[in-house]
Ligand binder design. Structure first.
Ligand SMILES: [Zn+2]
Length: 152
């Protein structure tokens, strides 16, 4: 099964896509450029970068821009398979709490690879966000299994 160890070759297209997206990050205030890329269960690779704003609370992380772009392309609950985060920081950059929560909406236990220019480390979402709050915490059981309702 792919994405189970940090050296699995399956990660490389995501790592490449994340570095490419990082080069387009809009981070004029922090100068901290972040790239992310994810793989969906339908085989798509979708990348994102951080997008800052002069009104600081409006900033969006690379992980969430990738997930939002994937949703626009059809990502469904349970459809997130793997995600990479790249930065040039000396220490690897884990996803922030908000991004972990957004990831939990689309994956039970997402493998997350953190990468910089000299190292990489593999984490699991269940370890980074134990006891995640999900639709199961408030929806009736039938809807909790498939909370995303579509008109079609
Ligand atoms: Zn974040």
């Amino acid at each position: 099964m792919a994405f189970q160890n940090p050296d699995d070759p399956a990660w490389q297209p995501l790592v490449d896509a994340a570095w490419e997206a990082r080069s387009r990050a809009h981070a004029p205030y922090s100068g901290f450029l972040v790239g992310a890329a994810l793989r969906t269960t339908t085989g798509e690779t979708v990348a994102g970068c951080n997008v800052e704003n002069a009104a600081y609370p409006m900033c969006t992380c690379a992980e969430r821009t990738a997930i939002c772009a994937a949703v626009a392309r059809g990502l469904k609950d349970g459809g997130l398979m793997a995600l990479v985060v790249v930065t040039e920081a000396d220490t690897l950059t884990p996803p922030c709490g908000a991004c972990r929560q957004v990831m939990a909406e689309f994956a039970e236990d997402l493998p997350i690879l953190l990468v910089n220019r000299s190292s990489r480390a593999l984490h699991r979402l269940k370890t980074l966000l134990p006891e995640a709050f999900t639709g199961r915490n408030f929806l009736p059981p039938a809807r909790a299994e498939s909370p995303i309702q579509h008109d079609s």
